[in-house]
Design a protein around this ligand. Structure first.
Ligand code: SAM
Ligand code: DTB
Ligand code: SF4
Length: 364
């Protein structure tokens, strides 16, 4: 067993990231094999349960109301719609459903109660349930845990320094506090970020310092390549080079040896050979299904062919941790507190966000 370290420095991580590729790949694959079955990949399906119209200014996000993108927004899905999609995902070989909502944070009330019902319903289908709903309080995280939530996704997105260049409506500390709130429950933590937003390699290393020094480290770490969507402030960013993705995946694997590294957004731009290199470098999870939240993802059949070609097997649900028990709403120990947490709003000016907003207003 390789030791999990929580004191990685930026310099150490940069040294790893910049190693000759063959050395980097060899080390990452070695760490990977000590901790994981290299032929098993966990498969999750994303479901956008509430799309678009978001109040935030995240520069990468097509769901931010202030930018003009082609996204068709919708209200919160019904529990039966979600159940039907979860069954489809299960038939397609997914072990986990990850429900995303275009919210800044969770608010107590009927919509959150409906999400709790969705969690109960999917857990009863014997699938792992993940949610990504924005910031949550400890009480809200406990209510999700009671409903049978397996994982909560909340990304750090980038280094603390570069985060300020991308988002002005919420702070890095709020992200860390949410992860902390989830950590106080039985729910596993899924946290990672995005590359290709114009950050430099120091920022990539900085993000990995922030993730690896969490104690315990996240159980799952998504590495997204930016999907540059027209109308967002980052629309003109160049596609991430496969070499950057491989280096980022390999470095993540080395500094977070036990985590499931998820090859997330951006796979439509990657060849099979490129993805195979990422799996060799320690990626052991993907999002499957022809859509991520709002943008395209490779076809399920293409992924199945890739798994066959590479001899990869999908991971069975609850391999890493036992299935949580679902507590029914009537028997819940936790009630809505109607809290009004003081999540921060830094509100500094980000030129490209302002420009995209102005363009959005003009078009609308
Ligand atoms: N609204 C919630 C939040 O922001 O926490 C949950 C949904 S949000 C869309 C989940 C994550 O998706 C973001 O933190 C970001 O890492 C990722 N994401 C969003 N848009 C993306 C894009 N265009 N390319 C790559 N990743 C993206
Ligand atoms: C994560 O790290 N990536 C997923 C999931 N967690 C929620 C989302 C990717 C979204 C890509 C842009 C879109 O489809 O809207
Ligand atoms: Fe809203 Fe989440 Fe998109 Fe930010 S990333 S704009 S919080 S949906």
């Amino acid at each position: 067993m390789s030791e999990v370290r929580h004191n990685w420095t930026k310099e150490e991580i940069l040294e790893i990231y910049n190693r000759p590729l063959m050395d980097l790949l060899y080390e990452a694959a070695t760490v990977h094999r000590k901790q994981h079955d290299p032929n098993v990949v966990q498969v999750s399906t994303l479901l956008s349960i509430k799309t678009g119209g978001c109040s935030e200014d995240c520069g990468y996000c097509p769901q931010a109301a202030r930018y003009h993108t082609d996204i068709e927004g919708n209200d919160l899905m019904t529990v039966s719609q979600v159940k039907a999609q979860a069954l489809r995902a299960k038939e397609g070989g997914s072990s986990r459903v990850c429900m995303g909502a275009a919210w800044r944070n969770v608010k107590d009330g009927p919509e959150f109660d409906q999400v709790l019902d969705m969690v109960r319903t999917i857990n009863k289908l014997d699938m792992e349930v993940c949610c990504t709903l924005g910031m949550v309080t400890e009480n809200q995280a406990q209510r999700l845990a009671e409903a049978g939530l397996y994982a909560y996704n909340h990304n750090l997105d980038s280094s603390e320094e570069y985060y300020k260049e991308v988002i002005s409506t919420r702070g890095y500390q709020d992200r860390l506090d949410t992860i902390d709130n989830v950590r106080k429950t039985n729910v596993t933590v899924c946290s990672g970020g995005i590359i290709g937003m114009g950050e430099n390699v120091e920022d990539r290393a900085g993000m990995l310092v922030a993730l690896s020094t969490l104690n315990p480290q996240p159980e799952s770490t998504p590495i997204n390549a930016l999907v540059a969507v027209e109308g967002t402030p980052l629309e003109e960013e160049k596609p991430v080079e496969i070499w950057d993705m491989v280096r980022m995946v390999a470095t993540t694997r080395i500094v977070l040896p036990e985590t499931q590294v998820r090859l997330s957004a951006g796979r439509t731009q990657m060849s099979r050979e490129g993805q195979a290199m990422c799996f060799f470098a320690g990626a052991n999870s993907i999002f499957a299904g022809d859509k991520l939240l709002t943008t395209p993802n490779p076809d399920v059949n293409e992924d199945m062919k890739m798994f066959e070609l590479l001899g990869l097997k999908p991971q069975k649900p609850f391999t890493k941790k036992v299935q949580p028990q679902t507590v029914e709403a009537e028997e819940s120990q936790y009630q809505a507190l109607g809290e009004k947490p003081k999540w921060s709003r830094p509100g500094h000016t980000i030129e490209r966000n302002e420009a995209a907003k102005a363009k959005g207003k003009l078009i609308k």
